[in-house]
Design a protein around this ligand. Structure first.
Ligand code: CA
Length: 226
């Protein structure tokens, strides 16, 4: 499948890795921009408005977490984070830092390209236009992909937005974690349900702990706020 003019920003300070990722993505029809440190990644993201960012965690200047925070504050953009070790990935998933997917080095470039395609398809599939959902003091605008609570805007990542919109589609209904995983991430690997937990944690942090109820052993439900 050719991706047309979709633009990927690759942020990686190891030049050989950056170049091989760029070459592979260009061969698959993407337009690729490169940045090699934290500050230039943020500047480049504002300048080129990428459809997706492949983001190394350890960077000169400031790290991938800070890049993620600064970029996501302007505009939700899918992020595929590259880490050096599995335990770093575990830590980041636990922290709910706002990346949509993770890969641990060394990885195959082919696998990376497959993950990029999957993430873009997922974001596109879940972009459903519709009218604004209002639940108490929570407002979700699916066209602009904006969320606010009590008049305060929240900056959600694309995945966080999809998760919230999915739960808000049937308020108070308990949605099993496995179903969220398959419908939002397109995954069937049930061992990955902690990914759902991580994104729920991020939503609670950004929108208030009272918004989403945990039903132990089952899943999550969106409470209608006052
Ligand atoms: Ca690095």
């Amino acid at each position: 499948m050719r991706e047309g003019q979709r633009r990927i920003l690759v942020v990686e300070d190891e030049l050989t890795i950056a170049e091989s990722i760029a070459a592979r993505l260009r061969a698959e029809g993407f337009e690729v921009e490169l940045a090699h440190d934290g500050p230039s990644a943020v500047a480049k993201a504002e300048q080129v408005v990428p459809d997706l960012i492949v983001l190394d965690l350890m960077l000169p200047g400031f790290d991938g977490l800070e890049v993620c925070r600064q970029v996501q504050a302007h505009r939700p953009v899918p992020v595929l984070m590259l880490t050096a070790r599995d335990d770093e990935t575990d830590l980041l998933v636990g922290l709910a830092v706002g990346a949509d997917d993770y890969m641990t080095k060394p990885f195959s470039i082919r696998e990376l390209a497959a993950r990029v395609h999957a993430l873009l398809r997922r974001v596109q599939r879940n972009q459903r236009p519709g009218s604004t959902i209002v639940l108490g003091d929570l407002e979700i605008d699916p066209v602009e992909r904006r969320v606010q609570r009590a008049g305060e805007p929240a900056h959600l990542t694309p995945t966080e937005f999809e998760l919230l919109a999915h739960l808000a589609g049937r308020p108070r209904a308990v949605v099993p974690r496995e179903r969220l995983l398959s419908e939002i991430w397109g995954w069937t690997d049930q061992a990955a349900t902690r990914t759902v937990d991580s994104h729920i944690k991020a939503l609670r942090r950004k929108l208030g702990a009272d918004l989403i109820r945990t039903v132990h052993g089952v899943g999550y439900a969106l409470e209608v706020p006052k």
